[in-house]
Design a protein around this ligand. Sequence first.
Ligand code: ARG
Length: 463
Amino acid sequence: MPTLWHGRFEDGPSDELLAFTASLPFDRRLAEDDLAGSRAHVGGLARAGVLTTEEADTVVAALDRVGEELAADGLTFVASDEDVHTAIERRVTELAGEPGAKLHTGRSRNDQVATAMRLYTRRALSTVAGCVVDLQSTLLDLAEDAGGAYLPGYTHLQRAQPVLLAHHLLAHGWALARDVDRLLATRRRANVSPLGAGALAGSSLALDPAATAHELDFDGAFDNSLDAVSDRDFVAEALFDLALLGVHLSRIGEEVVLWSTAEFGFLDLDEGYSTGSSMLPQKKNPDIAELARGKAGRLIGHLTGVLVTLKGLPLAYNRDLQEDKEPLFDAVDQVTLALSALRGLLATARFRTGRMQDAADSPEGAAVDLAEHLVAGGLPFREAHALVGGLVRDAVERRVPLVDLVAGHPALGAGAAELLEPGVAVTRRTTAGGAGPAPVAHQRTAFRERLEADRRRLGASPT
Ligand code: ARG
């Protein structure tokens, strides 16, 4: 098969050139998007009078046929198929003859690949956002099932104050809500058509980029052809969104790892979502959670790799841009897999709320409530803090229960000691957005409404 540039060259490409520059092994994923862009381009060529209606019909029928062959794995690639765009054009020309040879009029692979990448990216962003919403609804279900269960909240990984389990679960849910928002915002910026920019400068033919943009459900067409073929901001943004989402999943993963240790004992993983050991018969390991944590490194690497590729590029298209694909495709795949694996892990895990509550009921967890009790009596907080801190130190050093010291203290007494009773401290967090039952009930409703709104936003978006 001749190359797309055989007229200019006497010799064919070397094996090394083909091996090093080919992108077909990974850009086959863009086939459907290339076909969609090509159909729109054929429409534009017909409107510009470059193709007769009959020729346009012939080329569209050939594109449809290539789509069927691809779906049935029946498209045979040849050595000179450097990328999926070349392969599709070659096959269309084989099927349609001369009208097929007109398909590339007024078009370059530069605007063609940018168009296909944007179509892919906007669809992938919607799909990932949908998977995030699914994980959020699992977190909401768990938060609803958790009822009044509570556990220690930590700062510096030291027990700080008791919090409702629902509050802890929804904390992750809200971080994911920001991810959904970011994914949808990136999709909006990606949803601009570069088709019609040509190699870099547009065309002498009567092509109308706005019309093909409309046909492809883009929000509009490019303003500057040089920018249109060299812009990969949408890839970098998508990679950032996926990297940050990956960081959120990593943090959930880390907590699952901690919580499922014998030392914490807060979580019992379902066997279907745990692994055993090849040597140690007793092991039950949280590999999904560890990989959710580990993949974040790879996702951050993809983002930095693409940014470095972009940073030195002069306008307009440079072949370096081909390096945008593997990182994005891999990031989308890995995040999608992680989302559904974590979702299954969480949905099937047993939350050992007895263990959580035992850990949260240590009287020190109510130390700030004692101080605030003194504040209510008129003592400045700094003094109250020092008084309670002294009692805690005393209790630790003399190995006396804190509750006895509190009950016997003239400024505190039996009423204050009640604050140290199991389950009391968590009920005292009443401020909006706080960890107690009343704000958490409110939060569950707000979170549910946010999820429903996001589902509607996703349903309304083009894919
Ligand atoms: N496979 C190429 C890419 O992904 C397509 C564009 C090639 N354009 C060119 N002028 N060589 O970027």
